[in-house]
Design a protein around this ligand. Structure first.
Ligand code: AR6
Ligand code: MG
Length: 357
């Protein structure tokens, strides 16, 4: 599409950063919940209350998703040529400042090793995780959106930066490619004209094409008994689930969870976030709300499991598509440091303008 103007681009930066924060904060209370049909009503009532005009509390705090997203953005702002050691230092520094922000169980070992080895090799501790296989958690994907924003007009640069920043903590191919998929989804949203209604199948086909290129390169390093294109397979599943939908469908959230997943595993959470974004456009029978952004994150919460991270990733994609205006102020005011995240989004916008001209 034609180059988008800077006013629109700036609101998309703000929408993506804010969307990520709101998904994290509002998804937090449901994290780890097992899906039951009861949770659908609980989540609906909770969002109705939060979105209502006269309800000022509660204040929802953010988790490691936002801490690390802020770390990614701050690195790009402070170090325009991208200094990965600096990025690693920020991640570690913030972990030790506030270790109880809900970090993954194993990633903290990487942080401790990085600190104790004085960051001499920022990639070694992550490579040693899980007996040398590396982590396939969604921790790389959850913090990647600022890279898509910063490199909005440099796709190759974005892919390289997304990979290098993920490898600070996640070196398993599924962890890296999950982060790449989330990054590409945010990037695609950023390029889109929000006034043109989203063609969900075109969006998916574009993602599929880009993941083909990425997973093609990995084929030689995979075992012959593994699916060589696991993310492409999941994108195909999203397409099938969308095609099978009928407007008056009964509740089928269990089927979606069974196919796409709701766990901390990147392969079973990044495609789920993309599904939440896409399906929000046609509506979920399980979610009663007109706003596309709220629909996407509310559905992610109703699925249970890793709700904060899946809602945060869905929020980053949806916010990048529509800009800040799509996000209800009533929801935003319940979220910790929402004003600071917008300041950071503006600084990231300025940094990207200075870097790319
Ligand atoms: N083999 C077996 N289990 C694994 C492997 C592997 N190679 N990789 C990951 N796991 P971690 P994250 C499992 O610690 O990705 C927080 O809520 C293992 O059970 O690298 O940074 C965040 O908000 C491990 O403990 O963390 C994210 O939502 C878990 O995956 C989420 O956790 C997470 O991997 C993941 O954060
Ligand atoms: Mg999480």
């Amino acid at each position: 599409m034609a180059k988008i103007d800077n006013i629109l681009l700036k609101t998309k930066f703000r929408g993506s950063m804010l969307g990520s924060l709101v998904g994290d904060c509002l998804g937090g209370p449901f994290e780890g919940d097992e899906f039951t049909h009861g949770i659908i009503n609980t989540v609906q009532k909770c969002f109705d209350k939060l979105d209502g005009p006269y309800f000022k509390s509660p204040y929802r705090s953010y988790s490691d998703d936002t801490v690390m997203t802020k770390g990614t953005a701050q690195t790009l702002i402070d170090k325009p040529a991208v200094d990965y050691k600096y990025m690693a230092q920020l991640y570690v520094q913030e972990y030790f400042k506030e270790p109880k922000r809900g970090y993954g169980h194993n990633v903290v070992e990487t942080f401790k090793k990085l600190k104790h080895t004085n960051f001499v090799d920022i990639y070694l501790p992550a490579k040693e995780q899980f007996n040398g296989t590396g982590s396939f958690g969604n921790g790389g994907a959850m913090r990647i959106s600022p890279i898509a924003l910063y490199f909005h007009n440099n796709y190759a640069g974005m892919v390289e930066a997304a990979k290098k920043s993920t490898e600070i903590t996640h070196t398993h191919l599924l962890g890296i490619n999950g982060a790449l998929l989330q990054c590409i989804a945010v990037h695609q949203s950023l390029q889109a004209d929000p006034k043109v209604s989203l063609d969900v199948y075109k969006f998916l086909a574009d993602l599929d094409e880009k993941m083909k290129q990425i997973e093609d390169r990995n084929v030689p390093s995979r075992n012959s008994d593994e699916d060589p294109f696991p993310y492409k397979t999941q994108l195909q599943m999203i397409k099938q689930l969308l095609q099978a939908d009928k407007p008056d469908d009964p509740i089928r959230i269990e089927e979606i969870i069974g196919v796409l997943g709701n766990t901390v595993n990147a392969l079973y959470s990044v495609p789920t976030a993309i599904y939440c974004f896409l399906k929000a456009h046609t509506g979920f029978p399980e979610v009663k709300c007109d706003n596309i952004f709220r629909r996407a994150i509310q559905y992610a919460c109703a699925m249970g499991g890793d709700t904060d991270t899946i809602a945060s990733m869905a929020g980053a994609i949806t916010g990048a598509y529509y800009g800040e205006e799509i996000i209800s102020e009533n929801l935003v005011k319940h979220c910790e440091d929402h004003k600071d995240i917008l300041k950071l989004a503006d600084q990231l916008f300025d940094a990207s303008q200075a870097h790319t001209g």
